[in-house]
Design a protein around this ligand. Structure first.
Ligand code: NAD
Length: 261
C-alpha cells in the first residue's frame, strides 16, 4: 500500500488503460477520481468495484476533455474531495485514421484537444496544489506514436509528439518542487481504442481484419504480442513511487521493441 493517503486523478479512465491505472493506484491505497464516457451503469459498476475491492474512495466525473472549464472543475473535485490530486494521469485519448487530404478538420481539432490540450489544462490546474504540498506525480499516456509516425494518423501522431514536449517543459519547471512529469509510450495495447480503428484501417489500406491485426498492428511490434493494460498501469504506479523520484522529463517506451528499430 505504497500510495495510502494519496489521491490519483486519471482522465479517460472508464475503460482501457485509464481504468487499469485507476484500479492499480487504488490497489496501492490511493483514492481515485475516474473520468470518461460510457454507459452509466457500467461506469458505476467500475467505480463501486474499486471501492469494494480496494477499500478506498472512488469518485466519477463526466468532465469533457475538450472543455477547459470542465477540466479545471475535475481537478477541483479531486482537491475538494481528497485534497489532491497528488497524482495526475493524463490518459484520455481518441484516434482517427484517414489520409491527410481527407482528414476531417473537426477530427483534427478534437484529437488535438483531447490528446494534447486537455493535458495542458489539467496540469495547469493541478500544479499549484502539487507545488504547495511539495509532492506530485504527472504521468501522461503518450504512445509509440510520440516517437515515430505511421501513415494516416496525422492528428494522433502530432498530438502525441506534442504531449512529450509539454511533459519535458513541465518536468523542468517542476523539478525543484518535488513534482515529476513523465510519459509512458505504449505500443499496441488491446483496448477499445485499438479495436475501433480496425475498420478504418481496413478501408484506408484495403485489408482484411486479420491482415490489419497481423500485418499492420503487430507487424510493428517485434514481440508480436499486444501490451496489456495491467503492464502500463504497473509502470504508472512505479512512476508514482519513491523509487522514481529522480525520473522526470522521460518518455518511457513499453512497445515490444517497436521503436528500437
Ligand atoms: P479507450 O478508448 O479504452 O479509453 C479512452 C478513454 O478516454 C475512455 O475512458 C473514454 O471515455 C475517454 N475519453 C474519450 N474522449 C473523452 C473526452 N472528450 N473527455 C473525457 N474522456 C474521454 O482507449 P485506450 O487504448 O485505453 O487509450 C488510453 C490512452 O492510451 C489514450 O491516450 C491513447 O492514445 C493511449 N494509447 C493507447 C494505445 C493502445 O494501443 N490502446 C497505445 C498507445 C497509447
Amino acid at each position: 500500500m505504497t500510495l495510502k493517503g494519496k489521491s490519483a486523478l486519471v482522465t479517460g479512465s472508464t475503460s482501457g488503460i485509464g481504468l487499469a491505472c485507476a484500479r492499480a493506484f487504488a490497489a496501492e491505497g490511493a483514492n481515485v477520481v475516474l473520468n470518461g464516457f460510457g454507459p452509466a451503469d457500467e461506469i458505476e459498476a467500475a467505480r463501486a468495484a474499486i471501492e469494494a475491492e480496494f477499500g478506498v474512495r472512488a469518485l466519477y466525473s463526466p468532465a469533457d476533455m475538450t472543455k477547459p472549464a470542465e477540466i479545471a472543475a475535475l481537478v477541483g473535485l479531486a482537491a475538494t474531495a481528497f485534497g489532491g490530486p497528488d497524482i495526475l494521469v493524463n490518459n484520455a485519448g481518441i484516434q482517427h485514421v484517414s489520409p491527410i487530404e481527407d482528414f476531417p478538420i473537426d477530427k483534427w481539432d478534437r484529437i488535438v484537444a483531447i490528446n494534447l490540450s486537455s493535458a495542458f489544462h489539467a496540469i495547469r490546474a493541478a500544479v499549484p496544489g502539487m507545488k504547495a504540498r511539495k509532492w506530485g506525480r504527472i504521468v501522461s499516456t503518450a504512445s509509440a506514436h510520440s516517437l515515430v509516425a505511421s501513415p494516416f494518423k496525422a492528428a494522433y501522431v502530432a498530438a502525441k509528439h506534442g504531449l512529450v514536449g509539454l511533459t519535458k517543459t513541465v518536468a523542468l519547471e517542476l523539478a525543484p518542487h518535488g513534482v515529476t512529469a513523465n510519459c509512458i509510450s505504449p505500443g499496441y495495447v488491446w483496448t477499445p481504442l485499438v479495436e475501433k480503428q480496425i475498420p478504418d484501417t481496413m478501408k484506408a489500406r484495403g485489408l482484411t481484419k486479420e491482415q490489419v491485426i497481423g500485418d499492420v498492428l503487430l507487424q510493428a511490434q517485434p514481440t508480436k504480442q499486444f501490451v496489456t493494460v495491467e503492464q502500463v498501469a504497473a509502470l504508472a504506479v512505479f512512476l508514482a513511487g519513491d523509487a522514481a523520484s529522480q525520473i522526470t522529463g522521460a518518455n518511457i517506451s513499453m512497445d515490444g521493441g517497436w521503436t528500437a528499430a
